[in-house]
Structure formats: structure tokens, C-alpha cells
Ligand binder design. Structure first.
Ligand code: FES
Ligand code: MG
Length: 576
């Protein structure tokens, strides 16, 4: 292999990439063959498509703890189709443990995955993801590497069960801890709930970020139809893994690549599915990042336009009633997409080698439970889940998951109660002397991409305990942070530009009047321009968090929320 080929970022269009490693009779060809054969692969194996299986198994990532078994089924499919599977690791990001926030590592995982794909003799890759940041990281990598790729996710957990109730992680995690904090649950009852809520392998089983991104992988055409909703322990996920392994070999043979699949139309399909599903606000950041890698600009307005023309029809928590297990039984993403068919781009190519329209022609693409998947004629809400707000408080946009907002707060004006940063919030939110009532607007600054850092999921600002005890369960809350896909309430997040770079959010003071009107898509700080200009003069940027390492790289190069929080240098040159 020549130096030029080593350096080449673009895969060779005409032959298998692996052949350039294994066919030459020179020193490197000798070494590649010899070292590969030492692992038990034969001469014949070296002539077949080499399929990388990106297995993100990790005991530090609960949502991927079953991946070794699942990878075996993927391998089975690869062998059956005449390919040769080779498993490889990348970093694996599990929401519950990673500090300061998993978002810090998404771009690192995307870089790791892309470089692993490009550096090795891989003709195609099966991307095994699941927990929130992993699927977006892998799709970003696939977009950049543009080597044939297919996604299989680990699947959601089974529903939690307690006293006849169906529990969802982590939507009900908030409820249990909130009621415990309010004094309505004992420690023992809390422990019982902990044991009951997560009772199987898999990722969170509400329509949180993991389920949203699994649905997106399917809707955008990068996972086989039906993949997203199959519960992790269900035997049909093993069948899906085997089919996925077979199909990647077919994609290599047909030379179908991620950029053939992930077009702007495919992204629009994914957005429509997200809006119809009440999907996570995190999906917006991730889709903008994926689009950026593809060289496509994706303004927030696209989300709002599609949201406004997409009825919310999937009755899943946190916005609805059911969970992924019922979604699976009701037909999953193919059934939902069938309901939306009239408004989808049907000619988008998918990893089946056929179009979305072809895939939706399958008999299995139909709804089996009308309470779970509604029709567009009788939706749960005539509009999609996410609204994009603008105004002098968020010139570059902010998001609210309107389907999860209490009705009385959809149009609201209130007095700001300001917290300068997450530490200030933690120190004062439960202070009995905090001057706050149910009509106030809680404002958290410096929790954005550069500010916190890495935009943690703390936009679900806790209701002050003294108000909780009065029965208050929702308030308008504003921040430049993110929220978990499983959150609910009147939470305005992703305010851009963020406070840490001097966005208007940085200028809000206690007592200012803030006006929210979701129907009008408005978020305003009712303070005069002159006064804001005065405050801007006095503003000082917060001290940076990092002085070395990856954290410093992140802090210096991360883009704002409305730009997808990717690193600027990971975008194609013409996008910078
Ligand atoms: Fe992994 Fe929720 S913790 S999906
Ligand atoms: Mg999450």
C-alpha cells in the first residue's frame, strides 16, 4: 500500500479497501496476512469483505452491557452472507456515570469511531450503539468516514413494574426522587422503586434521547426497519442483529455509503419522525451535528417548520402514556412512518438497498395498537413536540418541548429568579429565604456548551422545595443547558448564544420580567435596550474550566447549541 493510499480519506470506489491491505506481495502485505492468519483467519477469509463490528460493550455503560452477546449474532449474519467480521472497541458513553456530562465525550467518540474506521482494512462497519450520545457519535463518524455502515441499537429495557404500575427510566426517576424529597416516600420505598424501574438489559425505555436517536437511525435510513423499538432482551433483537450482519455485506457489495443514504431529505424524514414521536430535544443538536458532517446546513427553523406541520401521534412517555415495549408491539417506527407516509420523502435510499417508500410497502409496516400510535387525523396534539423560540433573550434560538409543558404555562409572564451558574443553583434553590413563588421564572446561566462545560442535562431546574411542599409541580425555567429526553415541564433550553460567551442570557437580573409565548414562538426579556447595553459593559466572562487536555480542546473548539456542538474543525472545510 502506498503512502498516498494510507493518507487517503476517501475510500477506494472500485475495490474492497481490505484488498489493498491483503493482496500485495510486498512487506506490508506479508505482515497484514501473517498477523491476520495468526488469529485463525484463513487465506480464503482474506479475499472476503472485512466487516468491522464496532462493539461499544462496557461495564461502565449499563445500556450496552449485553452487547457481547448481540455482537455474536451480528457476526453470525456477516459469516452467513460471505463476509468476515472483526470486532473492535471504541469509547462507550453511558449517561448515568459520565462526569461532568456525557456530552463532553460525544465528539471524542465520534472522532474515535471515524478514525478507527478509516485506519483499518474495514470494507463496511456495523455500528452498535444505544445509550444517548453513542448513536449520534456513530452517525457523525459514518457521515465523515463515508465507508458503508449500518446501525444496530441495543434496544430499550423492558418496562419497569411496581404495584401494577408501568415505570419508565428515567421519567419516573424524577417523580420518585421528587416525592421522596417532598417527604411522601420513605427511604425503603425509594429503594424498592430503584429495584423495580430498571429490570433488564437495554437503554431507557421512554421516548428519551436513546429511543429518539434509535428512531432517527431507522428513519434516516441507517438501521434496518423495525430496529429501534425491539426490547433488548427480546429474541427478535437477536434476529435483527443477524439480519444486520447479513445486510452490511450486501451494502459493501452494492457500494452503498452513508452519504448516499443520509441526504437532506432523509434528515427531514428523521425530523418528522422525531416530531411525531415527541422525541428528545437533544435530537436537534445531534441532527444539526450529523448534517454538518454531511456538509449540510440545518437551521433551527427547519425543525420548527416540520414540527408545526407534523401531528404528535405517538403516545409514549414523557409526553404520553406508554413506553417502547408497547411501541414495539404496536408496530414500531415502520408503523409510525406509515402513518406519516404522505409527508415523508419516499424516494430516500436506506440500508435495505431500497427506498423508504419500498420499505413502507411491507406488510409489517402497520399499526397494531391505535392507542399507542394514533392517526394523523386524530393525533394527541396537532403539532410536533418541539418548538423553536426566538426573541431578545435567545437571538440564535432556544427550544421547548411543548408537549411536556403544563397547559397554564404555555403563555406566561413572570419575574426572573436568577442563578449565575450550576453551583449557585445548587447552593440556593432550596434556601427557605429564596424570594420565589410559583409564577416566577427560574433562570440558570453558564450551563451551555462552553459554560458548564459541555452543556449538561441540568435544564430541568428543580422546583424549590418550599414550593414543592405547596403542591407546585411545574414552573417556567430557562437555561443554556440541555435536558434529558425523559424530562418534563416548562423547560426552555439550548438558549443561544450561551451566557458564557456573553449571550443576552448573561445579562438577566433578579426581578426582570420574562415573557414566554409558545404559540407565538416568543421568548423576551422585557428590559430596555439601553439598560441591556449598560449591563453588557459591566459583564465579565467566567473563568475557563480547563487549562489542558481534551477539556481544553472542547472548550476552545466547541460550537454553539444551534450549530450542533460539534468541533469546528470536524466540519468539512466549506462549512467552517
Ligand atoms: Fe443509557 Fe438512559 S442511561 S439510555
Ligand atoms: Mg438521557
Amino acid at each position: 500500500m502506498s503512502d498516498e493510499q494510507w493518507k487517503s480519506e476517501e475510500p477506494n470506489e472500485n475495490s474492497l479497501r481490505s484488498k489493498t491491505f491483503f493482496q500485495e506481495k510486498d512487506l506490508w502485505g506479508f505482515i497484514h496476512r501473517s498477523f491476520t492468519k495468526s488469529m485463525g483467519y484463513t487465506e480464503e477469509d482474506l479475499t472476503k469483505p472485512l466487516i468491522g463490528i464496532c462493539n461499544t460493550y462496557s461495564e461502565l455503560n449499563k445500556c450496552h452491557s449485553h452487547f457481547n452477546e448481540l455482537a455474536d449474532y451480528v457476526k453470525r449474519g456477516v459469516w452467513q452472507a460471505g463476509g468476515v467480521p472483526m470486532e473492535f472497541p471504541t469509547i462507550s458513553i453511558g449517561e448515568p456515570y459520565v462526569k461532568p456530562t456525557s456530552m463532553l465525550l460525544r465528539n471524542l467518540m465520534a472522532m474515535d469511531t471515524e478514525e478507527m474506521m478509516k485506519a483499518h482494512p474495514i470494507d463496511g462497519v456495523v455500528l452498535m450503539g444505544g445509550c444517548d450520545k453513542t448513536v449520534p457519535a456513530q452517525l457523525m463518524a459514518a457521515a465523515s468516514a463515508n465507508i458503508p455502515a449500518i446501525v444496530i441499537t441495543g434496544g430499550p429495557m423492558l418496562n419497569g413494574r411496581l404495584g401494577g404500575r408501568s415505570l419508565g427510566a428515567c421519567t419516573d426517576c424524577y417523580g420518585f426522587t421528587l416525592e421522596h424529597k417532598a417527604g411522601n416516600l420513605t427511604d425503603e420505598e425509594l429503594a424498592t422503586a430503584e429495584n423495580a424501574i430498571c429490570r433488564s438489559d437495554g437503554h431507557c425505555m421512554v421516548m428519551g434521547t436513546a429511543s429518539t436517536m434509535a428512531s432517527i437511525a431507522e428513519a434516516i435510513g441507517m438501521a434496518l426497519p423495525g430496529n429501534a423499538a425491539i426490547p433488548a432482551p427480546d429474541s427478535r433483537r437477536k434476529h435483527m442483529a443477524e439480519r444486520t450482519g447479513k445486510q452490511i455485506v450486501e451494502l459493501v457489495r452494492q457500494n452503498i455509503r452513508p452519504r448516499d443514504i443520509m441526504t437532506m431529505e432523509a434528515i427531514e424524514n428523521a425530523i418528522r419522525v422525531t416530531m411525531a414521536s415527541g422525541g428528545s430535544t437533544n435530537a436537534i443538536i445531534h441532527l444539526v451535528a450529523i448534517a454538518g458532517r454531511l456538509g449540510l446546513k440545518l437551521p433551527l427553523e427547519t425543525f420548527d417548520t416540520i414540527s408545526a406541520t407534523t401531528p404528535f401521534i405517538l403516545n409514549l412517555r414523557p409526553s404520553g402514556e406508554y413506553q417502547m415495549e408497547e411501541y414495539f408491539e404496536a408496530g414500531g417506527v415502520p408503523a409510525l412512518m406509515k402513518e406519516l407516509e404522505a409527508n415523508l420523502h419516499l424516494d430516500c435510499l436506506t440500508v435495505t438497498g431500497r427506498t423508504i417508500g419500498d420499505n413502507l410497502g411491507a406488510a409489517s409496516a402497520r399499526t397494531l395498537n391505535r392507542d399507542v400510535i394514533r392517526t394523523v387525523e386524530e393525533p394527541l396534539d396537532p403539532q410536533g413536540g418541539i418548538a423553536v423560540l426566538r426573541g431578545n433573550l435567545a437571538p440564535d434560538g432556544a427550544l421547548i418541548k411543548q408537549t411536556a409543558v403544563s397547559a397554564h404555562l404555555k403563555k406566561h409572564t413572570g419575574r426572573a429568579v436568577v442563578f449565575e451558574n450550576p453551583a449557585d443553583l445548587a447552593a440556593r434553590i432550596d434556601d427557605p429565604d429564596l424570594d420565589v413563588d410559583a409564577d416566577c421564572v427560574l433562570v440558570l446561566k453558564n450551563a451551555g456548551p462552553k459554560g458548564a462545560p459541555a452543556m449538561p442535562e441540568i435544564g430541568q431546574i428543580p422546583i424549590p422545595t418550599k414550593l414543592l411542599k405547596q403542591g407546585v409541580r411545574d414552573m417556567v425555567r430557562i437555561s443554556d443547558a440541555r435536558i434529558s429526553g425523559t424530562s418534563y415541564g416548562a423547560l426552555i433550553v439550548h438558549v443561544a448564544p450561551e451566557a458564557a460567551i456573553g449571550g443576552p442570557l448573561a445579562l438577566v437580573q433578579d426581578g426582570d420580567e420574562i415573557e414566554l409565548d409558545i404559540a407565538d414562538r416568543r421568548l423576551n426579556l422585557n428590559v430596555s435596550e439601553a439598560e441591556l447595553a449598560e449591563r453588557r459593559k459591566a459583564w465579565q466572562a467566567p473563568a475557563p474550566f480547563y487549562d489542558r487536555g481534551y477539556g481544553l480542546l472542547f472548550q476552545e473548539r466547541v460550537l454553539q447549541a444551534n450549530q450542533g456542538c460539534d468541533f469546528d474543525f470536524l466540519l468539512p472545510p466549506h462549512m467552517r
